[in-house]
Design a protein around this ligand. Structure first.
Ligand SMILES: [Zn+2]
Length: 446
């Protein structure tokens, strides 16, 4: 379900925001300086190496005036738990939302619980006078899980309409409340399946016209999973073509924010990566392999402070509040001993330096392999038992000792029809007959 609010409710909400801002403090309580705007841009399903393989001038432009974090990890390997960590500054083990993928929940007749007992970054910034807007293309975020807490506006938008909607909000804010700092959370669907890159990008990457029209909404991961090597090659090409299309949308969003003419801090990252054939796997339904946990992280713009070279995206709230000068104690801090942890269905991957990586299986107790991702980024072969194993075990012990273990149970009720259809859009519920419907193949020059 798309949330098709017209612009007018936005105006009303902005006007209401004016009233709130009158009493708000819009300078840093630590420095007394005006608070900068903040733009958090999350490109769903974006592998760290995709921004190297694909041409991404929009992202490169952000990085040119900023810092790329070479070893950034997502706290989990699918949207819901990872985004909760990013919004609340907590490890998955702490917020406890480590629940199965939607199709498995549906099979078990279970629903997801909301999280309303953790402070969000948006709530903290609102308290300090920020106007907050969240625009998201992933329908999973429209579920009533507590995503909207702290946002003056929390609205679903397609990637293609996000910049336009943001531009409208910015325009009205300029009219009614020009000096109030603005924080935006912009979650693009990017190369998440189903994907249908533009003709131009498809041509650059050698995606054939018939591939682009394999199903009604685009190319689905099933075509790669069940397909011959040629189908898999086409999916990889389409994935990178879609990354290039998404990059231009990232550039547009940044330009809209820059036109406000205020100091601006930009944080760009992803909620998880994607398996493109590594370990004979596709997509992000299970596991904590490197292709799923290693994500881009770039900070740029005004008010940059040093950022660790090894960092979980769960530390983003702490980085932002420190950078803009707002005191807040987050569970995960950039000042912590660096430890990367990604958790999925009980399995955990741990690293202290981003290079050596240990994977513990779903009982959380058995170390199944240690990998050197600089020499072997696909983790094709576990390295022999030597020093890194002991170091990784030490990091894991430290993380276990420092992090509360909270388990958040699923609700014993079936997913409602609306939620089910939202998740079907993302291919989370398995194959449907509607997916087989094809569009007429356009005559596209290859
Ligand atoms: Zn995601």
């Amino acid at each position: 379900m798309r949330n098709d609010r017209s612009i007018y409710p936005n105006v009303v909400m902005l006007a209401a925001g004016v009233l709130c801002a009158c009493g708000g403090n819009t300078t840093s309580p630590l420095t007394g300086e005006p608070l900068p705007d903040v733009a958090i841009i999350v490109v769903d399903t974006l592998r760290a190496d995709a921004v190297v393989r694909a041409e991404t001038p929009g992202i490169d432009d952000i990085a040119q005036k900023g810092i790329r974090v070479p070893f950034a990890w997502s706290p989990s390997t699918w949207t819901a738990p990872s985004t909760l960590s990013l919004m609340t500054g907590t490890h998955v083990r702490d917020h406890g939302w480590d629940l199965p993928f939607p199709r498995f929940m549906a099979q078990a007749g279970l629903s997801y619980p909301s999280v309303d007992d953790r402070t969000t970054l948006a709530e903290v910034l609102t308290t300090h006078g920020y106007r907050t807007i969240g625009l998201f293309a992933n329908p999973l975020l429209s579920r009533n899980l507590g995503w909207e807490r702290g946002y003056g506006d929390w609205q679903q938008e397609h990637d293609s309409s996000m910049a336009r909607t943001l531009r409208r909000s910015v325009r009205y804010m300029k009219q009614f409340d020009p000096n109030r700092p603005l924080m935006v959370y912009l979650h693009l669907l990017g190369p998440h399946q189903p994907i249908r890159p533009s003709r131009q990008a498809a041509r650059r990457w050698g995606v054939r016209s018939e591939t682009r029209h394999l199903s009604r909404k685009g190319i689905r991961i099933e075509h790669a999973v069940a397909g011959r090597r040629d189908n898999q090659d086409q999916y990889v090409r389409a994935y990178h073509a879609q990354v290039e299309d998404t990059d231009s949308k990232v550039g547009e969003l940044v330009q809209v924010m820059k036109r406000r003419g205020r100091p601006l801090l930009v944080v760009l990252t992803s909620d998880h990566g994607e398996l493109l054939g590594e370990h004979d796997s596709w997509g992000h339904e299970t596991s904590v392999w490197n292709a799923l946990t290693h994500v881009p992280l770039i900070v740029s713009g005004d008010g940059l402070i040093p950022i660790p070279e090894v960092m979980t995206t769960a530390a983003i709230p702490d980085y932002i509040t420190k950078a803009v000068g707002i005191p807040h104690q987050w569970p995960v801090s950039i000042d912590d001993q660096p430890v990367l942890v990604s958790q999925r269905d009980g399995a955990v991957a741990v690293s202290g330096d981003g290079r050596y990586r240990g994977i513990w299986d779903t009982d959380g107790a058995t170390l199944t392999g240690v990998y050197d991702i600089v020499m072997d980024p696909d983790e094709a072969m576990a390295i022999p038992d030597f020093a890194p194993r002991a170091v990784l075990q030490m990091h894991r012990s430290h993380w276990l000792a420092e992090t509360p273990n909270n388990v958040r149970d699923a609700l014993d009720e079936a997913l409602d029809d609306e939620t089910r259809s939202l998740l079907e859009e993302l291919g989370y519920m398995g194959h449907t007959e509607a997916d087989d419907a094809t569009d007429p193949v356009e005559a596209v020059p290859e």
